[in-house]
Design a protein around this ligand. Structure first.
Ligand SMILES: Cc1cc2nc3c(=O)[nH]c(=O)nc-3n(C[C@H](O)[C@H](O)[C@H](O)COP(=O)(O)O)c2cc1C
Length: 153
């Protein structure tokens, strides 16, 4: 098995300055390029000066990718919340999906997502799958975002 085993890593960090779509887009472009090469998938959420990112891939690919990300000066204080082996990927169709939650009309926040993520990670009777819930929320909020963009087009 070895390198075919999939791991999932979730971290939060604080952006060095407020991010606008253009900067997030630049991050996404570099991320997609590298992640495709390294068979890494995941999503990145930005809200009110905070990042929350899910990365999935082999142990080596994650070490390499997270090692690079953690030293990026566009954010500080990266803190890993979750690192586990997974049965399968939850973000297999995203080389790196990016969502700017500041653009959502609903008052969803990274703080809310974090609270839920932590609670599910700590649940003893673990039918809870925190990473799947996170991905579900990402998909749901992305649809809201697309709806806004369609409405304003
Ligand atoms: C919040 C955040 C998330 C990032 N996510 C990724 C990622 O998933 N994959 C990646 O390769 N780079 C990611 N980056 C960019 C890296 O830190 C780094 O700039 C990039 O990998 C360098 O790529 P290059 O050497 O091809 O220019 C991220 C940066 C930030 C600030």
């Amino acid at each position: 098995m070895g390198s075919s085993q999939i791991f999932q890593l979730v971290y939060v960090s604080v952006s060095s300055r407020p991010m606008v779509d253009q900067e997030l887009h630049a991050i996404q472009t570099a991320a997609v390029k590298n992640n495709r090469t390294n068979d890494v998938t995941g999503v990145l959420l930005y809200n009110n000066g905070c990042f929350l990112q899910l990365l999935e891939g082999s142990r080596d690919a994650l070490a390499k990718t997270y090692g690079r990300i953690a030293t990026d000066s566009r954010h500080v204080r990266p803190s890993v919340l979750y690192y586990q082996r997974a049965e399968k990927r939850v973000a297999e169709s995203w080389s790196m999906g990016v969502l700017n939650m500041d653009r959502l009309t609903s008052r969803s926040s990274i703080e809310d997502l974090l609270e839920r993520f932590r609670a599910e990670s700590e649940a003893v009777t673990s039918n809870e799958k925190p990473v799947e819930t996170l991905m579900y929320e990402f998909e749901r909020l992305s649809q809201e975002n697309e709806a806004i963009q369609r409405a304003s087009a």
